[in-house]
Write a protein that binds this ligand. Sequence first.
Ligand code: GSH
Length: 226
Amino acid sequence: MSAPVKFYYDLLSQPSRAMLIFLKLAKIPFESLPVALRKAEHLSEEFREVNRFQKVPCINDNGFKLSESVAIVRYLANKHNISGNWYPKDVKKQALIDEYLEWQHNNTRISCALYFQLLWLKPLLTGKKPSPESVAEHEKRVEDTLDAIENIWLEKNSFLAGDEISVADIWGACEIEQLLLTPFDFRKGRPRLSAWMDRVRSSSNPHYDEAHKVLAKIAQKTSAKL
Ligand SMILES: N[C@@H](CCC(=O)N[C@@H](CS)C(=O)NCC(=O)O)C(=O)O
């Protein structure tokens, strides 16, 4: 029998949290291997052997190394023959989930991650505040993405790829949660998105809250300072 997949992650990384929630929901056995980005553990020579791109999340499945969370989730769902709502076998249902996962790269991921880096990470590392122009520019991208989720993705369905929760929702919600570390209120003026975030959380708990515990703790401290 092969050993459980080795899973490398950091709870402050959006796709790492999504992977962790999926592994638990799908009951895939794994070895938990945290990599502290804040300590630059991902930049070590040892970690380069695990992932040549030196990013998390990534896996080592008995010698088979893979990065990119979307590729990993597809591989593990296929390998473990995961059926049901998270990543269904039905080709059309699966294609609708993939449609969101592909859309996310240039929308939810890029806009929320860059905004988080500008407002939280860079000031922490450099001690400098971002310029109002660059805040406005990045905020506009976040607004556009969240508006598309509110008005297009959630227009007719209760979840991103239909009326059942799937990995698309887990990936999307984990990116948006990162905004908790910024002053941006993603719920304000977006009732569908807000209710959807609540549905994603309640449908994937306790794993959702466990994956977000570090983020929630830092967010609490951050908001105390704002
Ligand atoms: N598209 C990749 C994103 C991977 C990624 O950018 N990971 C970040 C954390 S969220 C990272 O490891 N950053 C460290 C670095 O770039 O130095 C995925 O979905 O897995």
